[in-house]
Each structure stands twice: as structure tokens, then as C-alpha cells.
Design a protein around this ligand. Structure first.
Ligand SMILES: [Zn+2]
Ligand SMILES: [Zn+2]
Length: 90
């Protein structure tokens, strides 16, 4: 019985997601596993129509650095969108 279990474990091959670099089990991939930002981290003024970030009185205008998709100002902020992980061979 134990030998059978070991063989089953070895058969599970994890893949690496090319979007978030996470290792995942392809058989358990769901649309909520991969968190990412669909847009780039940029360094410019926020669009005036979409003011996510209020500059302080002493901040230069270029102090605004943020993800263009959601306005998150931390480059390590977890993604604002989720989808399936995508492997390098998909
Ligand atoms: Zn992913
Ligand atoms: Zn985002």
C-alpha cells in the first residue's frame, strides 16, 4: 500500500506559472489561483480622471509610482486580477 502511495506522489508534476512564477499543481488549477496585475508598474502622474493617489504638498509630481491597472503603489502589492496559472508549455 505504501509503495503505491509513493508512486502516486511522484506522478504529480508541478509546473511553474510564467506569469507569477509560482509552482502549482496543474490538476488543481482554478481561476482564482494566479494573482497578477494586468498592467505595468509605472512612474508618472496619475491620470486626472482616475486620481488614485493624492500628492502631498511637498511631493514632486513624479513621486507617483503605481500599477496602471489598480493604482497600487507598492511594487510587491498582490495582484488585482486573478485567473488560471499559465505554464511555460501552455
Ligand atoms: Zn500564476
Ligand atoms: Zn493591479
Amino acid at each position: 500500500m505504501e509503495r503505491y502511495q509513493a508512486a502516486t506522489m511522484a506522478a504529480v508534476k508541478t509546473k511553474t506559472c510564467r506569469r507569477c512564477q509560482a509552482k502549482y499543481d496543474p490538476s488543481k488549477n482554478t481561476t482564482s489561483l494566479c494573482r497578477f496585475h494586468p498592467s505595468f508598474f509605472v512612474c508618472r502622474r496619475h491620470d486626472d480622471q482616475k486620481r488614485y493617489y493624492e500628492l502631498g504638498p511637498n511631493d514632486p509630481p513624479y513621486a507617483a509610482k503605481f500599477y496602471d491597472c489598480c493604482g497600487a503603489e507598492d511594487p510587491d502589492a498582490s495582484g488585482c486580477a486573478t485567473d488560471y496559472h499559465i505554464s511555460y508549455d501552455d
